[in-house]
Design a protein around this ligand. Structure first.
Ligand SMILES: N[C@H](CCC[C@H](N)C(=O)O)C(=O)O
Length: 257
């Protein structure tokens, strides 16, 4: 089976052209093994590109633990790049993911991905929580460089407040009046990743609502830079959300396990 490896700001994925629908998508242990960094290819997740009668393609996303995940923003930008590399569209595309329809534009090395609308930002036991396609806690801190993201993130991810589904956890620090530095603990990877697209989207919306930062907001992650634009609505919801940044094919190969 041929696979492709892509990365978007260091969030890395195995991409498989499954338009024939033959990939064993219900074999969780197999997907986990393919994503394993010692026994497999190594990735934060695995994504199938499938056919859909009403769209250019359909995205099916699995976390590194092999379970089907909620929406993945960096994976969304990577599969748009993959579909573009496969020649499925010229510059604009419309595809289906687990949270519904997405539009995207490819321009030079940059992919602008339209994210689902966000209905609002909640407070759960003192923690800021919102769903940007995936569930995210956002916490602002002062010294993000030295924070133990895995220990602090894991404590929130497994806290009773977010059971049974759990949550992704983002720690953010203001860099200047339009830039935020973000580090994310990801559910399903159960580790810090270099970047999380739905996570930085969540941080941008919270920075706007709570700290009055105007959009578009520049985001620095461990793996590179992203930009988030949006339209804040009077009722506290957000529309026209775009996650903008690079996505790149790294290599291709053949799976023999
Ligand atoms: N890395 C992804 C998030 C995946 C969400 C996943 N960890 C889950 O909660 O199912 C992103 O770029 O948005």
């Amino acid at each position: 089976m041929t696979f492709f490896k892509y990365q978007g700001t260091g969030n890395d994925f195995v991409l498989i052209d499954d338009r024939a629908g033959t990939f064993p998508a219900s074999d969780q242990a197999y997907i986990e093994r393919l994503c394993h960094r010692r026994f497999g290819i190594g990735a934060d997740g695995l994504i199938l590109l499938r056919n859909d009668p009403a769209y250019d393609f359909k995205m099916v996303y699995f976390n590194a633990d092999g379970a089907e995940g909620s929406m993945c923003g960096n994976g969304g930008r990577c599969i748009v790049r993959f579909a573009h590399d496969l020649g499925l569209f010229a510059s604009e595309t419309r595809f289906l993911a687990v949270d519904g329809e997405h539009l995207a534009v490819v321009r030079d090395g940059t992919i602008s991905l339209k994210m689902s609308n966000v209905t609002g930002i909640d407070n759960r036991d003192g923690l800021t929580f919102l769903n940007t396609g995936s569930p995210h806690v956002v916490r602002f801190v002062d010294d993000l460089e030295s924070l133990d993201v895995v220990a602090e993130g894991r404590a929130i991810r497994y806290s009773s407040t977010f059971q049974p589904a759990g949550t992704n956890v983002n720690f953010a620090q203001i860099v200047d009046d339009h830039t935020v530095f973000v580090r994310t603990y990801e559910r399903g990877v159960e580790d810090e990743t270099y970047s999380c697209g739905t996570g930085v989207t969540a941080v941008a919306l919270v920075a706007h609502q709570q700290l009055h930062m105007p959009g578009p907001i520049a985001i620095r992650t461990v793996g590179g830079n992203l930009r988030v634009s949006f339209r804040a609505q009077a009722d506290g919801s957000f529309e026209g959300i775009h996650l903008i940044g690079p996505a790149q094919r790294v290599f291709e190969g053949a799976v023999t396990i």
